[in-house]
Structure formats: structure tokens, C-alpha cells
Write a protein that binds this ligand. Structure first.
Ligand code: P1T
Length: 383
């Protein structure tokens, strides 16, 4: 099956009892047994629930994996990956990450003896000097949140695996989605998503996903998912599955609109810099062009006026864009990383990588681009 067909039919079956085309919302915590241990494949809904199974099968299909897992949030999916490790193990991660991922690494897991090193993956070779005998996991976000940096998944995976094939490479594919890039095909071991974003696509749920292609790794992840218990509920699983079925057409429009807005911003006299991998001026444009089918709907930019006041004036006067955390829904959102999504990163570190007061991140939705452009133009008149 090709990708568009997979989003709708990948690993899906009609519900066996009734032929229902969409899986029912199995709103149950437990399943009857005819004799102890004798059941129809489901025992207790933390272990498995048929609505979640349908979604997890779809997750596996769209990322070209063999197994998919649905979690209560994106962060709980990341938490599951970190639980594969042991104290003293080392993790190499990109230096630009979603603030909550950075917070989990440095404030939750560092105290259990995991060591995190943050590296600029703009050049794949930067990883070489950080790989040690203790490295067990490489964590990539590409494009990164919020600076839209690109990591060359294939090049990094090749370097890492030639050092030690047991080092896991995990890719947070939230910004790109499998519509744009397939990390498992490029050599990664684990794909992670905040399914809250493009996979769900309608800003109506919080969910995480992991996809893998190795049966042993899948078994370990399933054990952690079951034993730690941060599973997606049946109602959210139903909504996410419905979302996945339109991922390809939504992404097509997100890309068109993202591209129009990035090109408009580049020419705007009040804009200092635009971060969008589809611009030829982007430092990793060639890698993005090779690795991604298109460039997505996330666009960040800095104002020439570097004061927080100017950024706030712009954000307060948007009307079609909603000022809110999150991204990847059908509606356009605007975010101020310093005070919102990346406030948990210490100022010194934010400054070092360029997350400054005048940085604004747009999640460009699938409305008419003329309305979005007009909205931005009006907001600029208040800066
Ligand atoms: O919010 P949650 O579903 O737990 O996902 C966390 C997460 C993980 N990875 C990336 C790349 C993310 O962007 C996120 C969540 N991000 C936001 C809420 C945001 O506005 O950036």
C-alpha cells in the first residue's frame, strides 16, 4: 500500500462482531473470562483495549513499523523510551528540543543517573566526539521545536551504528509526521510522536505514540507501557484514529500554507529572520530537501524589534491565529516560546541556542492562506 491508502486502511480490519467500519469505543476497563486465564484476547484495558489496538496498528502502518504503541501523552511516550535505559547510561540529544522533553531529561531522569549531552546536529559529524562506551540512546528531533533545525537521520544513524549497533536511535517525528519523512526507513530504531499534534490533528486530545520495527524492542516497550501504565484511553484512541485517516490531506495543505507564510515573512520589513526548512537560506535546506517530501506547517521567525513588548504586541493582535501552546491542529496557532512552551529551559541555555524574546512560532493551519496572511499583516501594524 502507498502512504495515502495506508493512513486509511493500514493494518485495519472491520470490527468482527458487527462489521462496523470504524472500531467502536470499547469503553470498558476489563473483559470477562470463561475460566481463569481463558478469554478472547483481552483481559484488562491497561494491557490492551480493542480501540487502542486498532489505533496502535494504524500507528505501526503509517511509520512503516511492525509495532505501534499509544500513550497518555507525548511525554509519557518519551518516558517509556528512557525507561529502556539503566543508571550510568548516556544519552546524546539535540540542543534544540521541546521544552518539556528537555525538562524530563534534566529534571526527572538525570537524578536517576542518566547522563545527557546536548549536541548541535546541524552537522552530523558533531556527534562523533560525544559517542562513548556508555552511550545507549541518541535522541533526535527534526525539524526541531522551535528553531526548525534539521538533523540528517540517515547520516547520524550510520555514524552511531558503525560505533555500536546496539545504541538506539530515536526520532521525535512530531513536526514532520510520516507524510514528510520515515525515520525507521532511514535506519532509526524508534519513532516517537506527540500524537496530540498532527496525528490527532484537531486539538481535541493529548496522546503519545511509539513505533518500532524490531520484535524484541517492541516486547520491551510493551512491558513498560503495561507496567508503568501511561496508556491512551479508548475515546482518545478513537479520535486519534479518525485523525490519522486524514493526515495526508491535512499535511498537504499545512505544507502549502506554511510555505506561503514563510515566503511572505522573509520579505517583511519588520522581520529579522525566518526559520523554515523550505527556504533556500535555511542552513540545512539541502538535507531537508533530500530527507523530507515537503517542508511542513511550522514556521518560526524573529522580529527586528527584539523587545518582548514587540512580540507581545504582534501576538495580542492576531485574530485568525489563536495564541496558544501546542501545534499541528487544523486551526492556526501562535506561540511565544520564551514565556510559553520553552519557559522550562533556563535562560542561559535558551540564549545560547537563540530562543530569544522576539522569537515567535506559528503552527500554520489549513485555513485559506489569504486570511492567514491578512491576519499577520494586521498584527504587524501594532509592532
Ligand atoms: O504535549 P505532549 O503530547 O506530552 O507532547 C510533548 C511533545 C513532545 N515532542 C514535541 C516535539 C512536542 O512539540 C511536544 C509538545 N509540544 C507542545 C505542547 C508545543 O506547543 O510545542
Amino acid at each position: 500500500m502507498k502512504f495515502n491508502t495506508k493512513t486509511i486502511h493500514g493494518n485495519q480490519q472491520h470490527e468482527p462482531a458487527t462489521g462496523a467500519v470504524m472500531p467502536p469505543i470499547f469503553q470498558t476497563s476489563t473483559f470477562a473470562q470463561s475460566s481463569p486465564g481463558k478469554h478472547k484476547g483481552y483481559e484488562y484495558a491497561r494491557a490492551a483495549n480493542p480501540t487502542r489496538t486498532a489505533l496502535e496498528n494504524a500507528f505501526a502502518a503509517i511509520e512503516n513499523g511492525t509495532h505501534g504503541f499509544a500513550f497518555a501523552s507525548g511525554l509519557s511516550a518519551i518516558d517509556c523510551v528512557l525507561r529502556l535505559l539503566n543508571p550510568e547510561d548516556e544519552v546524546i540529544a539535540g540542543d534544540d528540543l521541546y521544552g518539556g522533553t528537555y525538562r524530563m531529561f534534566t529534571r526527572l531522569f538525570a537524578k536517576y543517573g542518566l547522563k545527557f549531552t546536548f549536541v548541535d546536529f546541524n552537522d552530523a559529524n558533531n556527534i562523533i566526539k560525544h559517542l562513548t562506551e556508555k552511550t545507549k540512546l541518541v535522541w533526535l528531533e527534526t525539524p526541531t521545536n522551535p528553531l526548525m533545525k534539521i538533523a540528517d537521520i540517515k547520516a547520524i544513524t550510520t555514524i552511531v551504528k558503525s560505533k555500536n549497533k546496539n545504541i538506539l536511535v530515536a526520532v521525535d517525528n512530531t513536526f514532520a509526521t510520516p507524510y514528510l519523512q520515515l525515520p525507521l526507513d532511514l535506519g532509526a530504531d524508534i519513532v516517537m510522536h506527540s500524537a496530540t499534534k498532527y496525528l490527532g490533528g484537531h486539538s481535541d486530545l493529548v496522546m503519545g505514540a511509539l513505533m518500532v520495527k524490531d520484535a524484541k524492542l517492541a516486547e520491551e516497550i510493551h512491558f513498560i507501557q503495561f507496567a508503568a501504565g501511561a496508556v491512551a484511553g479508548p475515546m482518545d484512541s478513537f479520535l486519534a484514529l479518525r485523525g490519522v485517516k486524514t493526515l495526508h490531506i491535512r499535511m498537504q495543505r499545512h505544507c502549502e500554507n506554511g510555505n506561503s507564510i514563510a515566503k511572505y515573512l522573509v520579505k517583511h520589513p519588520k522581520v529579522k529572520e525566518v526559520f523554515y526548512p523550505g527556504l533556500e537560506t535555511h542552513s540545512s535546506f539541502e538535507i531537508a530537501k533530500k530527507q523530507m517530501k515537503d517542508f511542513g506547517g511550522m514556521v518560526s521567525f524573529k522580529l527586528k524589534d527584539e523587545s518582548q513588548k514587540a512580540a507581545f504586541a504582534f501576538l495580542e493582535h492576531l485574530k485568525v491565529f489563536t495564541l496558544a501552546e501546542s501545534l499541528g491542529g487544523v486551526e492556526s496557532l501562535a506561540n511565544h516560546p520564551v514565556t510559553m512552551t520553552h519557559a522550562s529551559i533556563p535562560k542561559k541555555e535558551r540564549d545560547a541556542i537563540g530562543i530569544s524574546d522576539s522569537l515567535i512560532r506559528l503552527s500554520v493551519g489549513i485555513e485559506d492562506s489569504e486570511d492567514l496572511l491578512k491576519d499577520i499583516e494586521t498584527a504587524f501594524s501594532f509592532v
